[in-house]
Design a protein around this ligand. Structure first.
Ligand code: ATP
Ligand code: MN
Length: 154
């Protein structure tokens, strides 16, 4: 039923919950797992030149290694959780607007299930869904499983 699962991660605790659920589903369906961290070029864009933004978009961070370190930390965590369970995870980094990059990725890689958190790093908990998740739901034709943060947190 599911052959290719994408877990977009921003390194947040809620994304980590989504990772566990994605791996559970992958195990059941013997699916391949991809993880993707998007450097939000709108958020980091102020203060950067267009050339730098172009490089980030292409996934080349150059001397901006702080960004790269954050991205790697997030995707490596997912890969590590997969390894512990004997599930290979492919890591990807991109730059751009997160929901667009995630939606494009689902098309380009023929992802048939996206598993993501209801919230992320910014922690605006008044909203039912974070804006990235809400926009991904609006932007992709693929199935999306939204994993809610634990009720006992907050
Ligand atoms: P907002 O960003 O709207 O202030 P938020 O940070 O609480 O709210 P989202 O950003 O929508 O919520 O995060 C929800 C989920 O979307 C995360 O758990 C993660 O799975 C995914 N996600 C968010 N940002 C990124 C990103 N930059 N790259 C990859 N995945 C992301
Ligand atoms: Mn966010």
């Amino acid at each position: 039923m599911y052959e290719r699962i994408l877990v977009p991660t921003d390194g947040s605790e809620t994304a980590e919950l989504a990772v566990e659920e994605a791996l559970d589903v992958a195990e059941k369906f013997d699916a391949a797992v991809d993880t993707l961290y998007v450097v939000d070029t709108d958020a980091v864009g102020t203060g950067l030149g267009t050339e730098q933004v172009e490089r980030i978009r292409a996934g080349r961070f150059g001397e901006m290694d702080e960004l790269e370190a954050r991205a790697r930390e997030a995707t490596e965590h997912v890969a590590e959780r997969g390894r512990e369970r004997g599930l290979p995870v492919e890591e990807h980094f991109r730059g751009g607007r997160p929901h667009k990059v995630i939606a494009n990725f689902t098309e380009d890689h023929d992802v048939d299930l996206v598993v993501m958190g209801s919230h992320g790093r910014s922690g605006v908990r008044r909203m039912l869904l974070g804006s990235v998740t809400e926009r991904v739901l609006r932007s992709t034709h693929r199935s999306v499983l939204v994993v809610d943060e634990r009720e006992d947190e907050s």
